[in-house]
Design a protein around this ligand. Structure first.
Ligand SMILES: Cc1cc2nc3c(=O)[nH]c(=O)nc-3n(C[C@H](O)[C@H](O)[C@H](O)COP(=O)(O)OP(=O)(O)OC[C@H]3O[C@@H](n4cnc5c(N)ncnc54)[C@H](O)[C@@H]3O)c2cc1C
Length: 520
């Protein structure tokens, strides 16, 4: 089956939804097809707690302060031009979110602003500790109001369609994507004049991650196979404070905003330690806090450190952190009385598909926005709450650029009908998923053991070799069995892990989130 569209947007988090909305509003005559791997709401965006970093209080804050904080967190690897325009375009993007019906907390002075690690001012616009849910729901209802957006849930990207799939070279572009329909397991073509990847991050490469199950780096894997440039994957941000143990089978994040409100980190013996690592204490940037916790865990051979919130008033905890209170209580911890056991967990991919200032990749017709992209904003370490901001700013820039580009597509629509079908004839089907489950567990264990917060040259070499073996195993399965969602995503995870390790091995400086102990 083949479907044709003007713009294909892959992913329904903040990046994909807002890009589709911006473009659809400006081009009511165009057809936009939006796909998501699972239900539209199952995204990293939905789980964001803290909020969006935007300068709104110009008496106590300024663009210049936000820029300095972003550059400091990025440890010398941010692109200052990108930092400049992202910070300055923030207030306008926030206005648009509000106009689409997304609500944020207010007090008598205006927005109620949270403070997080690495920020020199309170500037996090939020909705309690459920900011992501609020944004996701608001964007979904705005999207449904636009008749020119077609939504296909449970459709998963398999590969981008490029000249490689055609009988002969044509225009050196991306022509859409092969997509597996999860309900009937058929691979179909979606031919598009332009394609936007907004598939999010890849926290699932690790055994402990704050990311939901779908964060498997599919956009990165597909871009890699299409020979699109991918940069800075070695910079994986670990969130310092995930609840230990898992709550209802998931790793639950305890927002940094709790530390902003006064919570303290204590080692297993009950002593504070952050001032020994950084003068900013609990509000140092995430790379520093995560490494400090890692070091305390190793020193005491303990499985967790404590996050003590007991100095925060009941009112603040109940008003601002209701989800954290409820979730901790569901596992028998009352943060009003008890310290919370926490550990760092893989959280955010600072690197990704390299794009220019308008979200364009180096393959014509292909854009990348949101967590799957590398824009230059985050450098070696993302400043807290800058990712939702980046996604919005680049969604708008891409939508504007697409408006220009669509007028100059080098072929007419009939060309898109010549895209060949997915080739799976002769492949045998497999119902056995245990092999794939095992390979996934092996991969997560390798990544957690050797490619975590503190790395070593020897560990990276081992990880490279072991992921190479997994790569061969998965390719053998891929080349003989019919495609399933599990097979397709695992293939991506292994490819992304292998590339990440390669980039980590070949990066010779300890910067931000990338730290090799022997290089110190
Ligand atoms: C627990 C948690 C808390 C966070 N808190 C904050 C915060 O307070 N502030 C902040 O700025 N950032 C925060 N972040 C980071 C931020 O939420 C993400 O970086 C951001 O939401 C990413 O948005 P996105 O649109 O790029 O991707 P996502 O929101 O992850 O959306 C990805 C989309 O791609 C789809 N997709 C993936 N693979 C495929 C495929 N193969 N085929 C089709 N579709 C596919 C998914 O179904 C989904 O729709 C947090 C992240 C987590 C996990």
């Amino acid at each position: 089956m083949q479907l044709e569209t003007d713009l294909l947007v892959i992913g329904t988090g903040i990046a994909g939804l807002s890009c589709a909305i911006y473009y659809a509003e400006n081009h009511p005559e165009s057809k936009i097809t939006l796909i998501s791997k699972r239900n539209i709401s199952e995204t990293n965006t939905r789980y964001a707690q803290g909020g969006i970093a935007v300068v709104t209080d110009f008496l106590k804050d300024s663009f210049s302060k936000h820029k300095t904080d972003t550059l400091n967190a990025g440890d010398g690897l941010c692109d200052p031009e990108v930092v400049d325009f992202v910070v300055k375009e923030g207030p306008q993007r926030l206005e648009e979110l509000l106009s689409w019906g997304v609500a944020f907390d207010h007090n008598e002075k205006g927005f109620h602003l949270g403070k997080e690690g690495g920020h020199s001012a309170s500037r996090i616009v939020h909705y309690k500790d459920r900011s992501g849910f609020q944004i996701q729901e608001g964007l979904i209802s705005r999207m449904h109001a636009l008749p020119n957006i077609e939504l296909l849930e449970y459709h998963s990207l398999v590969d981008l369609i490029t000249d490689h799939h055609l009988d002969q070279d044509h225009f050196g572009r991306c022509y859409g994507a092969y997509v597996i329909n999860i309900n009937n397991h058929k691979v179909q073509r979606i031919a598009a004049k332009a394609t936007v990847l907004s598939t999010g991050g890849a926290g699932q490469l690790y055994a402990h991650t704050t990311n939901p199950e779908g964060a498997t780096g599919d956009g990165l894997g597909a871009a890699y196979r299409a020979k699109v440039t991918i940069k800075h994957l070695q910079f994986v941000q670990f969130h310092p404070t995930a609840l230990h143990p898992k709550a209802n089978g998931n790793t639950f994040l305890i927002s940094e905003a709790v530390r902003g409100a006064g919570a303290q980190l204590k080692n297993i013996d009950g002593f504070t330690f952050m001032k020994n690592y950084d003068a900013r204490g609990e509000l140092a940037s995430r790379d520093i806090v995560a490494r400090a916790i890692d070091s305390e865990l190793k020193k005491a051979s303990s499985e967790w450190v404590w996050l003590d919130c007991t100095s925060i008033s009941r009112k603040v905890m109940e008003d601002e952190f209701p989800t954290i209170l409820d979730t901790c209580r569901s596992v028998g911890i009352d943060p009003l009385k008890d310290p919370i056991p926490v550990v760092p967990a893989a959280h955010y991919f600072c690197g990704g598909i390299a794009v220019d200032q308008f979200g364009r990749t180096d393959l014509d017709g292909l854009y990348a926005i949101g967590e799957c992209s590398q824009t230059g904003l985050h450098g070696a370490n993302r400043l807290a709450s800058n990712s939702l901001l980046e996604a919005l700013v680049f969604a708008k820039r891409s939508a504007d650029q697409l408006s220009e580009e669509m007028a100059h597509i080098p072929y007419d629509a009939s060309f898109l009908t010549s895209i060949p079908r997915w080739k799976d004839q002769g492949y045998v089907s497999t119902k056995k998923t245990s092999d794939l489950d095992l390979i996934k567990k092996q991969l997560q264990s390798i990544m957690s053991q050797y490619v975590g917060i503190v790395r070593s040259r020897e560990g990276l070499n081992k990880a490279f070799q072991e992921t190479q073996n997994l790569f061969q195993q998965i390719n053998t399965i891929y080349n003989t069995k019919t495609l399933s969602l599990q097979l397709s995503t695992l293939r991506n995870m292994i490819a992304v892990a292998h590339l990440l390790i390669d980039q980590a091995q070949n990066f010779s400086q300890n910067k931000g989130t990338h730290y090799i102990a022997d290089d110190e």
